[in-house]
Design a protein around this ligand. Structure first.
Ligand SMILES: [Zn+2]
Length: 339
């Protein structure tokens, strides 16, 4: 007979696993949580108690590791889990409600040992309460609109140090900082204008013979930056979502979006607006790779599109932040399995 409790733990583990699949698994804490979920599923399938002990977890994570280091190594990773939890819990909650039909969100709990010799900590899957006020309501469009891909917001990205100072732990801002954020491009533009004026004055008295190419170059760069900042400002004002400024992304990050989100209370009354950084990802229906948002240019100007990691120029999808759905933009369509 199937154990009801195991059944619900199985659902939690499956949900956590599929959520973490959307993340880039470079972070140690993501690998850690995904491994606990995987081992939990294995244990349920083999009919054993779904509690994971440190040693088996350690050996899966560090196959070459020395088991003597189990507690230290795992404790080092576990130390970062609470911060990671704060940054992703709303996203995991949304995923749990929307994609797994759960009332709680899946997470991992550490069971401390009672300290006896050789007694190591254990880990298990638990369901935690969802803060309904903080999460987006389930996607009502997915049933009514035909789509090729569904996007999920994940909090899995590398922000720059500037973004860490500016945004809170959940990468959201409200109040005066929100206005600073919105007007930050204006300050940037002012800086470029000043630069242009200074350079024009410096170039004024020069003749063709002693013309400084260096200053001309700087001038062209300043004009170019001014125009691109102006365009971004317009775009954000119109669309309320843009790929965020390079200032807020760590080196190598490309697809963090900055968006204005309206926060309503439980009765759908308007409370306030906030600006947040987030990342939307989906799974490519053609090749199963991760799809991330990117600028549509040059083929899809003024649009944010989803580009597959494996084939970023061919597996391209539309992105609609209202429906969180997208369709292929490259002409192929998924063939229905007609019998
Ligand atoms: Zn693909």
């Amino acid at each position: 007979m199937e154990n009801i409790q195991d059944k619900s733990i199985e659902r939690l583990a499956t949900c956590l696993q599929s959520y973490l699949n959307l993340q880039q698994k470079e972070k140690a804490e993501i690998k850690f949580l995904a491994m606990v979920a995987r081992l939990t599923l294995q244990k349920i399938q083999s009919g054993t108690d779904p509690v994971i002990n440190s040693k088996e977890l350690f050996l899966e994570l560090f196959p070459m590791g020395d088991v003597k280091n189990t507690s230290t190594k795992l404790a080092n990773i576990w130390r970062n889990v609470p911060d990671f939890q704060v940054s992703v819990r709303n996203r995991v909650s949304e995923y749990a409600v929307n994609n797994c039909q759960l009332e709680v969100y899946p997470w991992v709990e550490k069971i401390e040992s009672d300290g006896g010799a050789g007694n190591l900590a254990k880990y298990r899957l638990i369901g935690l309460a969802i803060n309904k006020a903080e999460i987006a309501s389930p996607n009502v469009y997915r049933k009514t609109l035909q789509h090729d891909i569904e996007y999920t917001p994940v909090q899995d990205f590398k922000p720059s140090w500037l973004a860490r100072i500016f945004f809170d732990k959940e990468f959201e801002i409200i109040g005066y900082k929100k206005w600073m954020m919105i007007f930050f491009p204006l300050v940037e533009m002012l800086f470029y204008i000043l630069m242009i004026i200074v350079l024009l004055i410096a170039l004024r008295d020069q003749t063709l013979a002693n013309l400084s190419l260096y200053k001309i170059g700087l001038l062209i760069a300043a004009v170019w930056f001014f125009i691109s900042t102006l365009r971004r400002f317009e775009r954000f004002a119109d669309d309320r979502i843009i790929i965020t400024s390079d200032h807020f992304m760590a080196w190598g990050e490309l697809s963090i979006v900055q968006e204005v989100v309206t926060v309503n209370d439980e009765n759908d009354n308007f409370l306030y607006k906030k600006v947040r950084l987030t990342k939307y990802v989906g799974i490519c229906p053609i090749c199963n790779a991760r799809v991330e948002l990117a600028k549509g240019e040059p083929d899809f100007p003024k649009r944010i599109v989803g580009r597959c990691k494996e084939s970023p120029r061919e597996h391209v999808y539309s992105f609609d932040r209202v429906t969180m759905l997208g369709n292929m933009l490259r002409g192929f369509s998924i063939q229905e399995n007609k019998q």
